[in-house]
Structures are given as C-alpha cells and as structure tokens.
Design a protein around this ligand. Structure first.
Ligand code: 0RA
Length: 659
C-alpha cells in the first residue's frame, strides 16, 4: 500500500520516511495540540513561541516577535542560538531538519538542565510542521544564514546556506493546513497578544511583540519588573495596602524560586503558581510551600511585635492570605505533574525549597518595612475577626434552617424527573422571562428558577450576607448541594445548570455574577462541566404570516445565512424580489431584533433557547469561570471610572466564551 502511495504522489523515499514520521500528528492532531479548533490552531503559535522563550530562559535570547501575515501565515522570530545546523548523528540529517521532522526531537535531546520549559506544551516544532501546509525556517548561526522549506511536513530540499550574518536566531514562517484545521485557519490577535504579555511577565528581560499585517496593529511587551509587574497588573483597580511589591528571586538546590506579592483591600486571594512558565491551576508543592511560609512568618512577626497576644490563637492561613495577590514561579530541571490534566506540580522537594526561600526573605522584608508589616498583620487580624463574626452569623442563620429540609424555594418550578442525568435547571433573569420559561418548558426534564435583579455581589459579600440573600438561598436549595462545609456535589439535583440571561450588558453582568458564584463556592460543579450559558437569538427573520421564522444567534451569522438562502433560492430558480434588499431577496418581510428574553412568548422562548433539539448552549469551562472571577474583581473594584470602562469594553464577554 505504501508503494502505491509513493507512485501516485511521486515522493522520494526520504520524504516518505518523514511523512511516516509525522503521520501520527496528522492522523490524530488532537493528541498533540488538544484539538483542531481555534485552541489547537493557536497551539501551533505557542509551540514556536515557547521554543524562543526557552532560549530566553536559558539566557540566550532577548526577543521573540510574532507577525500575523496578510496571506494567513504566521512568522515567529527569536534571537536565540538558532537551531543547530550540523548533521545529527542519529538521523544523518541536519539538526534543523531533525527537529522539524522527527516527533519529540524538538526538545534539546536531553542535554541536561537546559530544557526547563514545558510539561504541558513543548510537544515540539515538528508537530507544527506536520500540521502546516507550508513551513519555512531560516537559521542565523555561526555567521551564516541557513534556509529550508517544507510542504505538509516534507522537506522540499536539504538545508541550504544562503548567506552571511552577524546575528543569531531562528525564524519560522508557517501556514496551517486547512485540511486539518477545517473550522478556521484564522488567528486571533488578542489571544496571541495575551499569551505574549504573559510570556513577558514570566520571563525577566524578554521583549515580546506582535504585529498584524492586515490591520497594521502592533504591540510589544517588556516588563522590567517581570512578575512584579504582573502583580501590579492584576491589582489594577484595587486599593493596595502599600505601593511596594514584595519580590524575591533565589535559586536553592537547582530550583529557582521567584515570588512577587502585594496585599489589596479585597476579600479574596489571587495566587497564581507556575512551574517552568506553565500555569498550574490546581497549585501543587510550590503553592503549599508558599502558604506554609506565609502563615508562619506573619504569625511569628505578629507575636514578636505583640500584635497577637499570648492568649490569642494563631491567625489562620486563610486570614493571612485575604486580599493577597501573588505570583509564584519555580523553575526546575525535571518538573513532575500530578493527575491526568497536569494541573498540579508534584515534585516533593519543591515544597521545602519554596518555604525556606519565602520564609527567609519575607521575614527580612517585614523587619525592613515595619509600616507595611503592621498593615499586613492588622489586615489579617481584621480578617480573622470578620471571619469569626461571619461564621457566627452564618451559623445563626443556618440554625434557623434556611437551607434545611426538603422544601424547595417557592419560586422554583421543578421538573418531574428526579434523575439528575435527565434533569436540568434554567436560571432565568427576571420574573417575566421566568414566567415565559415556566409556561414554555418541558416540565418533565426542565426546572425553572427565576432570579431577580443583580443576584448579589459575591466579591464583597461574606457567606453570612449571602445567606441573607433570598436569590442565593433559593439557588443553593434548588441545586441541593449545600454550601461550604456542607457542600456535597453528590446532592446535585440537575445534570445541567443553564444560565439564561438577556443578550445585553446587564445580562452578561448577571451571568458573570453567577459564574463567579459557582467558581468561588461550587467549583466542583464547574469542574464537572455542569454549568452552561443559554444563547438566546439576536434576530428573527420573519416570513409572511410569521411562520417558519429563521433565528440568528450571532451578529456574524446574519450575512452568512442571508447569503446561503439567496444562493439556494437562485439555484432553485425562485424569482428574487428586485432591488438590493437582501432580506427581501431571501424571502423575509422583517428583521426583528431581540433585546431581551421578555420579548419572546413562551413558545418562542422554548423553540429558540430551550428546546434541546435546537438550542445553542455554551459550556462554561473553568478558565471561563476564572476569567469571570478576574473580570468580576475588576467590575467590582472601588474605582468607578475603571469599572465603567470595563463594562463597556467587555459587553461582549459572554460571546467571547463562544470560541
Ligand atoms: C535544538 C537545540 C538547541 C536549540 C534549538 C533546537 C532551538 C529550537 C528553536 C525553535 C525556535 N527557536 C529555536 N531556538 C532554538 C540548542 C542549541 C545549542 O545547543 O546551541
């Protein structure tokens, strides 16, 4: 069979070997880049960029620039050492060709401590090559310029020396293969920019930049402060306890520990931990070490200064972290991750190392900055007191039995099915839409809980206040999972929790609030993939007699649908109405814009937004909920101006989730 292929395509035997080498990637791209949607497509960029960042981490590069080309390609340049051009002993090809055509050869061939990157990414540039229709590589090294081109992973010729240079580095231009990325091969400027911003925060001394040839947009990042700048960025819009930002960078037993932190007046903590520049959303040994040191040092200081009296109990870890924003970054030769998703750092030695580094430097910092130290301790003492008061108030409320008993909230229209796999609950904005949803629903499987007004600002509210809020109590009771210590995912009464709000700014605010609530208080519900956003239509294209309307859910979809219908009508020989009114040409009499759920009657609401056969649901992923959480802190920040601008620029937030 392979022979047949050879003849047909006329590949040389060398090329066949390469194709066979990269075949697994083309056959199962998902295994290497997660999928062939937008995320997978962007993974190609990360792969190349991360190689440039690796060079910077190893102390050989200071720049990584990305250009989105007008013809759809992506060009990435770094000023690292350049991929070696010598003949590789194993493959007998240039190392450049080896790195680009042999799976897992992208790494630096296990030459000791160098390759600190990855864990999650770092599958290798060969993967990018295998998934590109075309790829060109230019290497600047040893005073010379080398060049090679590939088509669908196969080299068009050997690596050639094409000139002289005094630079070093690697330049790769690739064109994603549209037969693999069937959905789209269009890159998103903001997504790439965000990645480059973070790369610049995490890698001290690196300049990253992005240019979009089509729009002329360009932007560059360089943060002299590295993760200190990152903390500053995260705290924009928050009141800080002191302008000074704690920072330490120390290497102990081959593990480089970098920590930066600053307290704000928020109630929640925002601590991000990274290993070799990869975010570990579930923390791990670095985070544990960090927490241990912080709790110990703050308590020791408070005791020593008499701020905590002998008979008073220690501040809890939670108290010392209230309002804290921190970045923990460790770099180690052999990172190990726990679990399938690799979201948690596992190396046991890291815990003690981080703890020791932080304890030593924080101790020193507090001694050197007594003013700040007092404020930090004062804040933790306040947190402890508030927490105790809140707990007492909460217990008091709980004792009254608000969450007890089988009684369901009055506003809930429950479904008759008691099987969570076969039940879903719609959380509906407003009583009027709630009413329509109740009449339109399939009462066997669909429960409706109308939520009035702005739910509750969970950013500022503590649990006692939350339990005093009827909407929140109704929600907790309806879901059946309890809260805090009593939280138990096993009690979940519905397999799907669907947030249904208007497609406007208020609606996205409410869904952001709800996502934040789930993220903060019911994370396993989000982790389990139970939370969804319903997508009500934006337009109805109305036909004569108001029958067979077509509903449009996305602004961009409108033109496409009209195009399709007009084309089809032409093909079918239907005489189109004269003039250039495309709506009429497509056979509609009106284009109705929906501003809110309340404008639809019960049947329409069911048909467009709740009918399992037709509706559009967007599953809320943990990243989305986390994003909501961050946006939320900003929304609720104390600076009103900032809050305003944020609501305006993020009015389309819910839509952004739909990637
Ligand atoms: C193999 C070995 C070395 C560096 C690289 C590959 C390398 C790959 C890429 C991809 C994009 N930019 C890159 N920069 C470097 C080590 C080089 C040495 O030991 O001199």
């Amino acid at each position: 069979m392979a022979e047949g292929k050879t003849k047909k395509s006329g590949y040389s035997s060398d090329q066949i070997t390469v194709l066979e080498g990269l075949e697994p990637v083309r056959k199962r791209p998902g295994m290497y880049i997660g999928g062939t949607g937008s995320e997978g497509l962007h993974h190609l960029v990360w792969e190349i960029v991360d190689n440039g960042i690796d060079e910077a981490l190893a102390g050989h590069a200071t720049e990584v620039s990305v250009k989105m080309l007008a013809d759809g390609g992506v060009n990435v340049i770094d000023n690292g050492r350049g991929i070696p051009t010598d003949i590789h002993p194993k493959t007998k090809k240039s190392t450049v060709e080896t790195v680009l055509t042999v799976l897992h050869a992208g790494g630096k061939f296990g030459d000791g401590g160098y390759k600190v990157s990855g864990g999650l990414h770092g599958v290798g540039v060969s993967v990018v090559n295998g998934l590109s229709a075309r790829l060109a590589v230019t290497v600047y090294r040893d005073g010379k310029v080398y060049f090679q081109e590939y088509e669908r992973g196969a080299p068009k010729s050997d690596l050639k020396m094409i000139g002289k240079t005094d630079k070093t580095g690697t330049e790769i231009t690739f064109y994603p293969d549209e037969t693999i990325f069937k959905e789209s091969i269009e890159f998103n400027y903001d997504v790439i920019l965000d990645r480059l911003r973070h790369a610049a925060y995490l890698t001290k001394g690196i300049h990253t930049s992005l240019e979009d040839e089509k729009t002329g947009r360009r932007y560059g990042f360089y943060f002299e402060g590295g993760i200190q700048s990152y903390v500053k960025h995260l705290n924009i819009g928050k009141e800080v306890v002191d302008d000074d930002i704690f920072y330490v960078d120390k290497t102990l037993k081959e593990v480089q520990v970098e920590i930066s932190m600053q307290y704000t007046d928020a109630y929640t903590e925002m601590i991000k931990s990274f290993a070799n520049n990869v975010l570990n959303p579930d923390g791990g040994t670095h985070l544990t070490g960090f927490r241990a040191a912080l709790t110990r040092v703050v308590n020791d200081y408070a005791r020593k200064q008499g701020l905590l009296k002998e008979k008073e109990e220690n501040l809890s870890g939670e108290d010392t972290r209230e309002g804290l924003t921190a970045i923990i970054l460790v770099k180690l030769p052999d990172p190990q991750f726990e679990g399938q998703t690799k979201n948690k750092l596992g190396n046991p030695e890291v815990r003690g190392i981080v703890e020791q580094v932080l304890a030593e430097h924080l101790n020193y910092y507090l001694e050197e900055h007594p003013g700040i130290a007092r404020k930090i301790v004062g804040k933790a003492l306040l947190a402890a007191r508030a927490r105790k008061a809140a707990r007492a108030a909460r217990d008091n409320i709980l004792r009254k039995g608000v969450l007890d008993g089988a009684s369901m909230p009055g506003k809930l229209a429950d479904c008759s099915s008691k099987d969570p796999h076969n039940s879903e609950i719609y959380l509906v904005e407003g009583d009027s839409a709630g009413g329509s949803a109740k009449s339109g629903r399939d009462s066997k499987t669909q429960a409706i809980l109308p939520l009035r007004g702005k739910v509750l600002n969970v950013e500022r509210a503590r649990l006692d206040k939350m339990l005093a809020n009827n909407e929140i109590v109704s929600l907790i009771k309806a879901l059946g999972v309890g809260i805090e210590e009593s939280f138990d995912i096993e009690g979940l009464r519905y397999g799907r929790i669907i947030i249904m709000t208007d497609a406007d700014v208020d609606g996205s605010h409410i869904s952001t609030l709800l996502m934040t609530f789930f993220f903060r208080y019911m994370k396993p519900v989000v982790d389990g993939g139970h939370v969804y956003l319903a997508k009500p239509p934006l337009f109805e294209l109305v036909k004569q007699g108001r029958k067979n309307s077509v509903f449009i859910y996305d602004e961009e979809e409108l033109d496409k649908v009209l195009d399709e219908i007009i084309a089809r009508r032409k093909k079918e020989g239907i005489k189109l109405s004269p003039g250039d009114d495309r709506l009429k040409q497509a056979g509609f009499i009106e284009q109705k814009r929906y501003k809110g759920l309340g404008e639809m009657d019960a049947d329409q609401l069911f048909d467009t937004t709740m009918n399992p056969e037709k509706r559009v649901l967007v599953q809320v992923k943990v990243e989305d909920a986390e994003k909501a959480d961050t946006i939320f802190s900003k929304l609720m920040g104390t600076e009103v101006e900032l809050r305003k601008s944020f609501i305006q620029t993020n009015a389309k937030f819910v839509k952004d989730l739909d990637i």
